[in-house]
Design a protein around this ligand. Structure first.
Ligand code: ADP
Length: 395
């Protein structure tokens, strides 16, 4: 069996999935969390069941040892059948990394160098890579970048209209994120429809805790709502998305917020959390249905922004064949899907309410038969996409 182990490493936790590349099924998965705290925790799902352990996990290296113990206990055995490669999710690849890349010491230095663009993510991703290299010294490690899919953006789509020389010096431009998901979902949409990817103009709406829209023409990303960082664009669980930059100037002058205070405000106390006091869309839609005014406002603002991007990307693409909803909110919330597309009949976008109400984990069509634009729900699978790209990189 050829398997690939996919690692998604954060600063105090990492998730993993072992994928059988012949069937593309996950045969084991798990989570190592509370790394560096007084008591850490591991959860592992393997062929012989689920195992959990609470133990001290001082760092990522210890976390990987705990993961190997869990594989030894609940299977499958990695000693008998080691993975052919390890695929690592890396958030920021800057403009340097436009495809999955086999990790070398130089690649690690470059990922480190990009940390000032993604201070929360890249150092944590790199810690995961370095710990995994100790656990699997004889296996190729591949970095798969969230930004890579958006390297096809034209300069006019990625340029911020500020002092060009200053921007160049500090690498200020739009990069876009969720690329692994946008790529996977747009390819699955073409496959589901039985049409060549090259012929399709698509909008993918990845709506999770983080959220982004992507305009995809013939399989190439031509615009996306996240920018230099994952803060720009749609209203998210706790992030503001688009905002007049002068608001920051105003708040620093009038409300005494320094850069850390602004960072905290925009990344953690904004979006649904800022407007409705809760970041989970399930809570917001429930409260809005019950007449809670702040939840109603939060939901309406979220939907207004989504509609704004759908219209914008229709124009950017010069037409539209498919809109696909994905990720936690996109896959599960019929209220959000219906609200985002309400009143777009003039653009040829018409939902079928009964199809939209179906709950399923399978790809499905939710547009009406007379809708010029096909609307789909397709569950994303970033781990599988990372595994596919890892396999391609080592081939
Ligand atoms: P992440 O960005 O963390 O990967 P996910 O894609 O898993 O997030 O999405 C998580 C979000 O999905 C949750 O915050 C929740 O708001 C939303 N969600 C999950 N199920 C539903 C549902 N049935 N209705 C509305 N929102 C949902």
């Amino acid at each position: 069996m050829s398997t690939i182990l996919v690692i998604n490493s954060g600063s105090s936790s990492f998730k993993y999935q072992l994928i059988d590349m012949d069937t593309e099924n996950a045969i084991a998965s798990g989570l190592v969390e509370r790394i560096g705290e007084s008591s850490g925790h591991t959860t592992h799902r393997g062929p012989s069941g689920t195992s959990e352990r609470t133990l001290e996990i001082p760092d990522h290296t210890a976390g990987f040892r705990a993961m190997l113990d869990a594989f030894a206990q609940s299977g499958p055995s990695l000693d008998d059948d080691p993975p052919i490669a390890i695929g690592h999710r890396v958030v920021h690849g800057g403009k340097r990394f436009f495809e999955p890349t086999i990790v070398t010491p130089l690649v690690e230095l470059n990922i480190e160098d990009l940390s000032d663009l993604a201070p929360l993510h890249n150092p944590a991703n790199l810690e995961g890579i370095r710990a995994a290299e100790k656990a699997f010294p004889d296996v190729p490690h591949v970095a798969v970048f969230d930004t890579a899919f958006h390297q096809t953006l034209a300069p006019e789509a990625y340029t911020y209209a500020i002092d060009a020389e200053l921007a160049e010096r500090h690498r200020v431009r739009r990069y876009g994120f969720h690329g692994t998901s946008h790529k996977y979902v747009s390819e699955e949409a073409a496959r589901y429809l039985g049409k060549p990817l090259a012929d399709l103009k698509q909008i993918v709406l990845h709506l999770g805790n983080g959220a982004s829209a992507c305009a995809i023409d013939g399989g190439r990303s031509v615009d996306t709502s996240m920018g230099m960082t994952p803060l720009e664009g749609l209203v998210m669980g706790s992030r503001s998305g688009d905002i007049d930059p002068a608001v920051l100037i105003h708040l620093s002058r009038r409300a005494g917020l320094d850069t850390d205070g602004l960072d905290e405000l925009l990344n953690r106390r904004s979006g649904l959390v800022g407007l409705a006091g809760r970041g989970d869309m399930r809570d917001v839609t429930r409260a809005a249905a019950g007449g809670d005014a702040s939840a109603e406002r939060a939901l309406a603002t979220y939907l207004h922004r989504l509609k704004h991007y759908i219209g914008a990307y229709f124009a950017v693409l010069g037409g539209l064949d498919v809109i696909t909803f994905t990720a936690g909110v996109g896959e599960n919330s019929e209220v959000v899907r219906a609200g985002a597309l309400e009143g777009l009949g003039a653009l040829g976008i018409r939902l079928d309410p009964e199809r939209n109400a179906v709950r399923s984990r399978d790809p499905r069509t939710i547009s009406a038969d007379d809708s010029a634009v096909t609307v789909l729900v397709i569950p994303t699978d970033e781990e599988l996409e990372i595994a596919r790209q890892t396999q391609a990189a080592i081939a």
